[in-house]
Design a protein around this ligand. Structure first.
Ligand SMILES: *Cc1c(COP(=O)(O)O)cnc(C)c1O
Length: 628
């Protein structure tokens, strides 16, 4: 990986590298570093989630732009419509941005639960579509009727016959007079024969959790007809799963769904006029060419959808349907970047000054020391091999009780220093072996964030996200890194395959700050985030650009404080507060003045969030001794 960290693969021109920083490729092109510094200057510490709404807008422009183009080129008579699936990101700052920016496209919202439905009802502009998917009870369906009666263009997609029975029931409760009846439109989710490809492929196919079989479709059709509500049937829906890596399965699904649409239309569903292709449009997360995550472009995607719908409609002699998409990942992922400070490089303790050499050292240790002193360009490979060999022997000697802990510590330090030195000396001429060694000895970078909170799909699904430093980019990174978060969980680590390492800079965090950016985290990560170890959603900030291209930082929401976190878990925080206060006041170890001082400190800490607050000077002070 070169110093651009695969930006040309995953970056979509959203960012550019300018000298030694990565900058937002928009307006005055500020660097992520200066934005981060601005926010830290306001006193915020810990990880920061930056929202860049202009990137969500760009995705909407691409989505609508490509489909409009395809419809024009093919002379397609149906309309293109889209909704944002709320499950992908329900955070208010994002939903507000996307509904505001989406107004010019009549962009609507998709809801999969009651709480999401309430957001959709409140935030979707009247006239823009709302679609409702997922399992529904009577109350949820009643909410859909309330939405319809308030003037919303809402379509309820039924996942099974029972839901249709409930809809008919609620219909009667809400409409006593069938001639002026107002109700949501009805969609039918079909159970696809074909299934998707990729990590999330379970959403499609016969074993899917969702959708109606052909038999059930016919049953539902007849039920609607019998109840004289066939005119409500408006949409056929499918969703083949998220992050669709190949276009093939989508084409199969489109043929299935298109033919079902045409069959039902010909049978007499006069108002059936839309096909909803769900989500699945993939995002390129790869930082390395060999594992590109999708084999199609948005252009090909739009062309295939429009072409196939047209072809099927023509051959069956029915009207071309409106096309709905519910792409979420595609719209949301690029808008958010997580910036987190590096707290420590673990091997920094492998420093010459940490050696505890004795008057008389075991011979192998003495030899290691001599190797370290004498290593040069010509002997580097040989000395490196000797050092690795000695290390094995010395570790065995320790296990057998022949050398002590200080000797073992000296072994670790010296071997580490020799490997590092050999890598420096051999530089570009390094052999494959050396590269492998370099990559295997991954430096552990301790980073002030939680993988469970901010990258849950890494933990749960092995999904990689682009990671790179946001500065020092004109300096060659030399350390093959692994990333450790600050949870106490050994799964809180991102290690890299030696064949595709993440190279970071060899910095001294006592001397300078070092920030990593985690990109494409705007879809799913925020809401799936877990409070493992009670680390919360990071501090977030919205970055907007004015007409002059200058950026402004808005709507900072600080990460929850300690007391609010406990309150969320339903702890009785009042009694915790009282208890903490009383044990300090009752303590026999300290006097009243000190009690007051401790209480002051305690209340200050309780009002802060749980991320670490290391400040350079303080950090340096702690480091004087041994850090860990
Ligand atoms: C999850 C989901 C989506 C969004 O999928 P993306 O892959 O994020 O585009 C759309 N529709 C339905 C029904 C879903 O369940």
């Amino acid at each position: 990986m070169s110093k651009e960290y695969g930006l040309s693969i995953w970056g979509e021109d959203n960012f550019i590298i300018d000298n030694d920083t990565i900058n937002v490729n928009y307006g005055s092109k500020p660097s992520l570093l200066e934005i981060t510094q601005d926010i830290r200057d306001m006193g915020y510490r810990g990880p920061i989630l930056l929202r860049l709404p202009h990137l969500a807008k760009k995705q909407l422009q691409r989505l609508f732009g490509e489909f409009d183009r395809a419809c024009r080129e093919f002379g397609y008579s149906g309309k293109f419509k889209a909704v944002f699936p709320l499950k992908v990101n329900q955070y208010p700052e994002f939903v507000d941005a996307v509904t505001t920016l989406g107004k010019e496209y009549n962009y609507g919202l998709e809801a999969g639960s009651k709480a999401e439905l309430i957001i959709a009802m409140a935030k979707t502009p009247i006239g823009s579509p709302i679609t409702v998917n997922g399992f529904k009870d009577k109350e949820m369906i009643a909410l859909c009727f309330i939405a319809a009666k308030s003037g919303h263009d809402i379509t309820v997609t039924i996942e099974g016959i029972n839901e249709l029975v409930t809809i008919l029931e609620v219909f009667k409760e809400f409409n006593h007079d069938n001639t002026h009846a107002i109700s949501p439109k009805i969609g039918m989710r079909i159970r696809l024969h074909s299934s998707g490809i990729g990590t999330w492929a379970k959403s499609g196919g016969y074993s899917s959790k969702f959708g109606l079989t052909s038999t059930e479709l016919l049953e539902a059709y007849e039920m609607l007809k019998r109840e004289k509500l066939l005119d409500r049937l408006a949409m056929i829906h499918f969703h083949i799963g998220s992050q669709m890596s190949e276009i093939g399965p989508l084409k199969k699904a489109l043929r299935e769904a298109g033919n079902i649409y045409a069959e039902l239309k010909k049978r007499g569903a006069a108002n059936l006029n839309a096909i909803n292709i769900g989500g699945g449009l993939a995002v390129e997360y790869s930082q390395h060419i060999p594992n590109e995550s999708r084999n199609y472009s948005i252009k090909e995607f739009a062309n295939d959808v429009v072409f196939l719908m047209q072809e099927i409609s023509r051959s069956k002699g029915v009207k071309e349907p409106d096309i709905f998409t519910e792409s979420g990942r595609f719209v949301a992922s690029s808008h958010a970047v997580l910036i987190a400070p590096v707290l420590e490089l673990f091997s920094q303790e492998y420093h010459e000054r940490s050696l505890r050499l004795k008057e008389k050292n075991p011979p192998l240790i003495q030899e290691l020391f001599d190797l370290y002193r004498a290593i040069n360009k010509n002997n580097a490979r040989e000395y490196l091999h000797d050092a690795l060999d000695h290390m094995e022997s010395l570790l065995t000697l320790f296990d057998l009780g022949y050398i002590d802990l200080e000797d073992r510590s000296n072994t670790e330090i010296l071997v580490h220093l020799i490997v590092k030195r050999a890598i420096e000396l051999l530089g570009k001429n390094g052999t494959k072996e050396l590269k492998r060694l370099q990559n295997r000895i991954q430096e552990k970078y301790l980073v002030n964030f939680s993988i469970f909170q901010s990258l849950p799909d890494f933990w749960g699904l092995g999904q990689n996200f682009p990671i790179m430093p946001i500065h020092k980019l004109s300096t060659k990174p030399t350390r093959s890194a692994s990333i450790w978060d600050i949870t106490c969980d050994s799964d809180g680590e991102i290690a890299f395959n030696p064949s595709s390492p993440l190279l970071l800079h060899d910095i001294d965090v006592e001397e300078e700050e070092y920030f990593l950016g985690f990109f494409l985290v705007g879809a799913y990560q925020e809401v799936l985030g877990m409070r493992h170890n009670l680390f919360t959603h990071p501090t977030e900030a919205v970055v907007v650009f004015d007409d002059n291209g200058e950026y402004h930082i808005k709507n900072i929401i600080e990460a929850q404080n300690l007391i609010d976190v406990l309150d969320d878990l339903d702890y009785d925080t009042g009694s915790i507060d009282k208890k903490l206060k009383s044990i300090i006041e009752d303590s026999h170890l300290i006097d009243d003045a000190e009690k007051q001082e401790l209480l002051g400190k305690l209340y200050l800490y309780l009002s802060e969030n749980s991320y670490l607050k290391t400040i350079l000077s303080l950090d340096a002070k702690m480091k004087k001794g041994s850090k860990r």
